[in-house]
Design a protein around this ligand. Structure first.
Ligand code: SDX
Length: 392
């Protein structure tokens, strides 16, 4: 503080806006989208319904949902020249970097998405990105796998179509497993919004300069990529694999996580707001058991995860800091059971968070929020004169 400005690192105690979209209570472990509880939505809704509610405020009637889906399908073709950009990436490129680039590149092929001042313009940009982003996700994954880049089928539901685009093999008809479809619906719903997290705040602040929706989303994808945020779901699986390779020695990793001189953290644990169980983690843990059981998969990684959770929940270091499993701790186990490559896990998080980012961006624009421009407390040099380079 310099008397006028108070620094709040990481904005831990700073509210950036008023919002009607998502309510969460970190102490009680409560999460609601537009007033609907996450438990009910995960159980009873499908992802497109939840996307509609987040963006437009209420769960849709059947007619509203049909029109929304039809508009999305009508705008889901991606300009083929985007493939030239995709071709330029090395196969080793991380999919989050590819998708951030392709999402921003969409602006070049959809110039009308830059200045969206009317609600009609916003709607057109919203259905475009909801239609095109799953295509970009599929193309990014299939490019790495050397598979043909395809479209799904407009006769399918939104989530079924995502599965078909991602997993259809050449010369084979892709059978959609109801178990996998339900699991993906649930995971995408659970990731759909989370008030002012790092990536959503990024989308809001980029959008506050009136950059277009696609450019704002591209920035959100980049923020989500970080291992402290959405990138944690990939880091959790890599951590669990390392523990498995280490003979399941969870105690060694618990000690590393508590050692202040060791940068290692127990990935998938802890949360800025939840100081109780993350309600999403509770639902995903149950779903992981069900999906593995229904698919008849024995995954020792799940047992290691449960062992780690048990140890942490009784360890004073974690209990004192109220560190519980978060949304990223168990989700990767389901993604892996669905055959999704680990470097695509954070992309799946982005696919789920897309409607939340859109809803928050739209609210920010409709509320005419001012451009985000925080202040600072200057701690650098006082005034000093220029010195010629030969005298330095
Ligand atoms: C997501 O904000 C959101 O809502 C995000 C998200 C969403 O839906 O958008 O919920 C999604 O990002 C979930 C979080 C995924 N990240 C991880 O799992 C990475 C591991 N977790 C942490 O890095 C950490 O817990 C954060 C980033 C999630 C929260 O960090 P904070 O709130 O800034 O807390 P902190 O770093 O100040 O930690 C407080 C204390 C510290 O110890 P002390 O200095 O007090 O001694 O807890 C310790 C930390 O060292 N700590 C951990 C730890 N997390 C915090 N120690 C070991 N392992 C951990 N995972």
């Amino acid at each position: 503080t310099n008397g006028v400005i108070t620094i709040d690192r990481g904005f831990k105690n700073t509210g950036s806006c008023e919002s009607e979209i998502t309510f969460l209570d970190g102490e009680k472990g409560v999460l609601r989208y537009r007033g609907y509880s996450i438990e009910e939505l995960a159980e009873k809704a499908d992802f497109l319904e939840v996307a509609y509610a987040l963006i437009f405020g209420n769960l849709p009637t059947q007619e509203q949902l049909n029109k929304f889906h039809a508009d999305i399908k009508s705008k889901s073709v991606v300009d083929d020249d985007i493939k030239k950009i995709l071709d330029a990436f090395p196969k080793t490129a991380h999919p989050m970097g590819v998708l951030s680039s392709l999402t921003s590149a969409l602006t070049a092929f959809n110039p009308s998405s830059v200045n969206v001042d009317s609600e009609e313009d916003m709607y057109n940009s919203i259905v475009k990105i909801l239609g095109k982003f799953p295509v970009l996700v599929s193309w990014t994954m299939r490019k790495k796998q050397g598979l043909p880049l395809n479209y799904g089928s407009t006769s399918l539901g939104y989530v079924e179509n995502i599965l078909k685009m991602m997993f259809e093999q050449p010369n084979e008809s892709y059978e959609i497993s109801p178990i996998i479809k339900d699991a993906l619906d649930k995971l995408l719903i659970l990731h759909a919004d989370h008030e002012q997290n790092c990536s959503t705040s990024t989308v809001r602040i980029v959008g506050s300069s009136h950059a277009g929706l696609f450019a704002s989303l591209s920035a959100g994808i980049s923020a989500l990529w970080g291992p402290l945020h959405g990138g944690a779901n990939q880091a959790v699986l890599e951590m669990l694999e390392a523990i498995k390779a280490d003979g399941g020695d969870t105690k060694k990793y618990m000690a590393k996580a508590k050692d202040k001189n060791d940068p290692f953290r127990l990935m998938g644990f802890g949360h800025r707001v939840y100081k109780n169980f993350d309600p999403r983690a509770r639902i995903i843990k149950k779903a992981a058991d069900e999906v593995l059981n229904d698919l008849g998969i024995e995954d020792p990684i799940l047992d290691i995860a449960k062992g780690l959770e048990q140890e942490a929940l009784s360890d004073p270091y974690f209990v004192d800091r109220k560190l519980y499993p978060n949304v990223d701790f168990y989700s990767g186990i389901i993604y892996r059971a669905m055959g999704i490559p680990v470097e695509m896990f954070t992309v799946m998080f982005a696919l789920g968070r897309l409607p939340g980012w859109i809803a928050q961006w739209k609210e920010m624009r409709l509320n005419k929020e001012p451009i985000g421009r925080p202040r600072q407390v200057y701690t650098g040099e006082n005034l000093r004169s220029f010195v010629e380079i030969e005298n330095r």
